[in-house]
Each structure stands twice: as structure tokens, then as C-alpha cells.
Design a binder for this molecule. Structure first.
Ligand code: NAP
Length: 553
């Protein structure tokens, strides 16, 4: 039984078809996951509408256009794998793609697969409610549109709701305030006095670029962070050709790996090898560049002593490039194991503090009292500024989901269901919310994996599940409470067996006041997770209740 479009058919011109008000699937978000969801589900024969709050497709890659923004996963890996011809025709120009290049790629994908005709831009989904009698969702937008659908796919992104710090007086600043995650097109920093608050991945990427443009740059650091040089370089024709020949193998290795990358850790414990072997292994990863340093050895994120070997290698590297030992000391984290927060990927970040126009303000020693018209007031002084850059991150994993009023069975809202922390089965389903699928959200590897391959994995699973329901004559799929309870407990156990919860990270919601402290991503590894969800599907969607049509109330 194919669930078909039941909306009244209105004749319309092919040039401007009237958007449907009933579809098989509504997808929220036209970023990497939403675009692939549209392509895959439409290819399966379903009618689909995608709503995107932004004025363009691309999700985070539209909005995060701050100076220096680029992906911290190699471009050849951070790209769709679903279409061989697409892989072969697209040329990445650098090892790590810049934000404009990734956005160009997503435009290319949208055009190549004719995606735009089913995407409604500039439209935020504000409300979704499930009607048990028809087993369908009613989706409402901020433009007053109402659409019904059998299924909903949340592709809103785990890092897409800005975290705006509650600093007194922020509104009174007479200059310009910008957040890295919604960077305006018209910011001119040339010769200006700029203050950057935040030294996570966004701040660390932007700071070297801002330092080159600004007159004076003040970096307000609350917590020092681990970062590894990207080792970015242009990709020549020969390297690109070699990547293209190795795509199949690269993808296979990535899908089986812990984090969605083709690079494998050293086979032994960091503590089982000689000092020389360990140093060589770390040096190799250092040269590889970026976030994979945290996976040099398999026990680096589970054993504190193993972790300390990585930290001491890292510290030596940093002390060697920062001229002022007192500044180096402040830039070295003392409060968390290396990798327990996502390791940042940089382009001369630490060297930037050797510049005369860059000033490090340690917010723990000199807390920010308030923002005043002329700048930022700390314990000791008022620092005059023209621009304040908030590199303060995201209300991660649940922030963008929370912005939608999602009402499931029996009038229960998702916000209520998740008041003590997000509860999912496999990250994909929630009890009480039938036919609602979440892409790369809490309970899945999500941000710990390659987000493009993760999106494909999730979307393919969801599309297969919808196809299965159709073939089996079922109308709805819903995670059982027992399955959710067991998955939440399993995720927590796995996290507790690592060093990850030892950092006050956004993985735990620790960066947003009032969020329950729950480790949100599945830490068991991307390959392991992939096997688990495949096994659940092969076992007739174990842990999900599939309701036959006749049992609908
Ligand atoms: P983040 O990692 O959460 O960093 C936010 C920074 O702002 C932290 O240094 C935080 O300090 C600071 N902060 C927040 N509120 C503050 C306050 N009231 N006063 C002073 N400092 C404050 O956010 P992000 O840098 O945007 O990165 C988030 C994630 O996005 C990354 O981990 C990564 O997964 C992804 N990302 C990826 C890329 C890439 O691919 N290259 C680039 C950017 C982001 P505390 O640590 O003390 O809280």
C-alpha cells in the first residue's frame, strides 16, 4: 500500500506548480541532511516538501560565513557518497573546503538533482502536531502555511541554534555585535578594534583571520582549548585523481570506522608502545592535521594515562610556537582531557598570539562584568571596541528541535518528554511521537562522526523504514518506551566509560544555562552504530511498534 498524496488536485502551470498541502513526507531543514532526504525519498516515489528557515539552502554552511570558516573534515570525505557520478565530477580545490566552496557544492547538488522545486525557503516550521485518527502530522509555518504529511523528518542540524551569552549590557553596545553562526555579509573589520568572545572551533578558526584585518584584537578566553593545525593545502590534479580512484575504499573504511573517517588509529594502546613509537605516531597525526589527533591511539579517550601522553606531546608543540611563556601557559587547557571537547582545527591560531595587535584576556582571571556603550568592562578596565564577535557556540543537539512546538500522541510535547534530557531510540525515534524521525540528533553518533555520511546513513535507514511500512501495510512506526529506556541507559553507560563527560562541553549541554547535564551523542562509534541500526531493521524494526492500518483509532 503506497501512501499517496490525498490533497485535492488543482491544475497548475508546470512553470509555477502550486505547493502541495498534503505530502507523504515533510522534511524540516535544507542543509546537508535535508537535501539528501528530499532526493532519496522523492527517488523512492514519495511526495516531499522541505521547509527551510534561511533564505538559501545549505543550513550551517549558509550561515557560518565568518572569516576563515572551513570544515574540519577533509573535503574528499565531507561530501556525499550516494552518487558515483557526483563524486567523480566534483573537484575539491583544497584539503579542507572553505564555507563558500561547500555552499557551491550544495548548490551544485541541488541543481543536479533538481531539488529546489520542493524546497520552500525563508519559512520556519513553528508547530507540528500528530493526529492519531489519521496517523498524520500537521505542520505549520511562520508564514501561516499548513501542510499535512504521513511522516516528518527533522533535519534541523545539531549545531544550528546560536548560544547568545547572557552578558549584562549587551544591548547597550554602540558598535556592531555579530555571532559567528549568523555572520552578516557586510562586516568590515579593517583597522577596527575587535573583541572576540569564545575560543571554541569557530573562534579559533576566525581569530587568525580577524587578527590580520583588525587594528587591535582582544580575545576573551574563558576556557583554553586544544587545537591542531589543519595542514591545509591546495589539491593538485594528480591528488584529486587519486582520491577519485580511491573513493570506494575510502567510503568503505569510513563507514566501518569510529568517527566516519578512513584513517585508522594505531593498533595498540598508547601505553603499550615505546616512547619513540608513541612520539612518531603522534607526529604522524599532527602532520595529518586536525581533529583526528584525538584518535591516534584507541585508548586515548578512555584511559587518563594514555590521554596524558597525547596532552604532553601537544603541550610541547604549543610552547614551541608561542613566544611569551606566560601567554602559552594561559592558552594550555588545564581543566579537561584532550579530545573530551571536540579538538579544534586551526590555521596558525597559536602563532597569532605573537602578533603585537592581539591581546589575550583571560576571563577567568578578569571576568567580563558587563558590556557598555564603548566596549567590554572586565574586572580591571574597560576595553574600547568597535565590533564584538560572539563565537559562543550553539544550544547544541536539542536547541533547534526545541524551537518547534512538537506535539505527539495524547497532546504530549517533545519539550515535556525531553525535560530531563533527550530520550530516543537509536537517535531516530521517540516514544509518543509516531512517524517522526530525527536525523543526526541526540542518541546517534551525530557530531562525533562525519556529518555527511551520517546524514546518508540516517536518511537511507528512514527511507527503508518507510518503504517497509508501505510494503507491510502498516501506517505508523513508533519507538517503544522500553526500547527508548534501554537505549538511553546504553548511551549513558558507554559515555561513562570514556573521558568525554569530564569536560564541560556542549556534548553535555553544559554550555547553556538550564540544560540538563546529559551526554547526548552515542559514543560507541559510527561503524558499531551502523551495524546496530541495520540489525534492528533486519529484525523487523525491533524496538519499534509498527501499527497496522486497521488498528488506527
Ligand atoms: P563552542 O565550542 O561551544 O565554543 C564556544 C566558546 O564560547 C567557548 O570557548 C566558550 O567558553 C565561550 N563562551 C560561551 N559563553 C561565554 C561567556 N558567557 N563568556 C565567555 N565565553 C563564553 O562553539 P563553536 O566554537 O561554535 O563550536 C561548536 C562546534 O561546532 C564545534 O565543536 C564543532 O563541532 C562545530 N564547528 C566546526 C567547525 C569546523 O568544521 N571547522 C567550525 C566551527 C564549529 P567555555 O568553553 O568556557 O564554555
Amino acid at each position: 500500500m503506497r501512501i499517496s498524496d490525498t490533497s485535492p488536485t488543482t491544475p497548475s502551470s508546470p512553470a509555477s506548480p502550486r505547493p502541495r498541502d498534503h505530502v507523504d513526507v515533510v522534511v524540516v531543514g535544507a542543509g546537508i541532511a535535508g537535501l539528501y532526504a528530499l532526493h532519496r525519498l522523492r527517488s523512492d516515489g514519495w511526495s516531499v516538501r522541505v521547509f527551510e528557515a534561511g533564505p538559501d539552502i545549505g543550513g550551517v554552511w549558509f550561515w557560518n560565513r565568518y572569516p576563515g570558516a572551513r570544515c574540519d573534515v577533509e573535503s574528499v570525505d565531507y561530501s556525499y557518497s550516494f552518487d558515483t557520478a557526483l563524486q567523480q565530477e566534483w573537484d575539491w580545490s583544497e584539503k579542507y573546503a572553505t564555507q563558500p566552496e561547500i555552499l557551491r557544492y550544495l548548490h551544485h547538488v541541488a541543481d543536479r538533482f533538481d531539488l529546489r522545486r520542493d524546497i520552500t525557503l525563508d519559512t520556519r516550521v513553528v508547530d507540528m502536531s500528530f493526529d492519531e485518527s489519521s496517523s498524520s502530522w500537521t505542520v505549520r509555518t511562520d508564514r501561516g502555511e499548513e501542510v499535512t504529511s504521513r511522516f516528518c523528518v527533522l533535519a534541523v542540524g545539531p549545531l544550528s541554534s546560536a548560544n547568545i551569552p547572557e552578558i549584562p549590557g549587551l544591548d547597550s553596545f554602540s558598535g556592531q555585535i555579530v555571532h559567528t553562526s549568523s555572520w552578516p555579509e557586510d562586516v568590515d573589520l579593517t583597522g577596527r578594534r575587535v573583541g572576540v568572545i569564545g575560543t571554541g572551533s569557530s573562534g579559533i578558526q576566525a581569530i587568525p583571520h580577524i587578527a590580520r584585518e583588525a587594528g587591535d584584537l582582544y580575545v576573551f578566553q574563558r576556557t583554553a582549548n586544544f587545537s591542531i593545525p589543519a595542514g591545509n593545502r591546495p589539491l593538485d590534479a594528480q591528488t584529486r585523481a587519486q582520491y577519485k580512484r580511491s573513493y570506494d575504499e575510502r567510503r568503505r573504511l569510513s563507514m566501518e570506522s569510529g568517527g566516519g573517517s578512513p584513517h585508522r588509529p594505531h593498533p595498540e594502546s598508547a601505553l603499550a608502545v615505546t616512547d619513540d613509537e608513541r612520539r612518531i605516531a603522534y607526529e604522524k597525526r599532527w602532520q595529518l592535521g586536525g581533529v583526528l589527533f584525538s584518535k591516534t591511539f584507541p585508548d586515548q579517550l578512555t584511559d587518563r594515562a594514555a590521554n596524558d601522553t597525547a596532552r604532553s606531546f601537544w603541550e610541547q608543540k604549543i610552547r614551541a610556537v608561542v613566544d611569551d611563556p606566560a601567554v602559552a601557559e594561559r592558552l594550555i587547557p588545564g581543566d579537561h582531557p584532550i579530545g573530551a571537547k571536540r579538538i579544534c582545527t586551526d590555521d596558525n591560531y597559536f602563532e597569532t598570539y605573537n602578533r603585537a595587535n592581539v591581546h589575550l584576556v583571560d576571563v577567568r582571571q578578569s571576568p567580563i562584568d558587563c558590556v557598555v556603550a564603548e566596549g567590554i568592562r572586565t574586572a580591571g578596565e574597560t576595553i574600547g571596541l568597535d565590533v564584538i564577535v560572539l563565537a559562543t557556540g550553539f544550544d547544541a543537539m536539542t536547541g533547534s528541535i526545541d524551537r518547534i512546538n512538537i506535539v505527539g500522541r495524547d497532546g504530549q510535547t517533545l519539550k515535556q518528554a525531553w525535560s530531563a534530557g533527550p530520550r530516543t531510540y537509536l537517535g531516530l525515534g521517540v516514544d509518543g511521537f509516531p512517524n517522526l524521525f530525527n536525523i543526526a540528533g541526540p542518541g546517534s553518533p551525530s557530531v562525533l562522526a562525519n556529518m555527511v555520511l551520517h546524514a546518508e546513513l540516517h536518511v537511507d535507514w528512514v527511507a527503508d523504514a518507510i518503504g517497509h511500512l508501505d510494503a507491510a501495510g502498516r501506517r505508523s512506526i513508533e519507538a517503544t518506551t522500553e526500547a527508548v529506556d534501554a537505549w538511553v541507559a546504553d548511551c549513558a553507560d558507554r559515555a561513562d566509560n570514556t573521558l568525554m563527560p569530564q569536560a564541560n562541553s556542549w556534548y553535555l549541554g553544559a554550555n547553556v544555562p538550564g540544560r540538563p547535564r546529559v551526554f547526548m551523542p552515542f559514543v560507541g562509534g559510527f561503524g558499531v552504530y551502523r551495524e546496530i541500526i541495520a540489525d534492528v531493521a533486519a529484525d523487523g524494526y525491533r524496538g519499534f511498534a509498527l501499527m497496522p492500518a486497521e488498528e488506527l483509532t
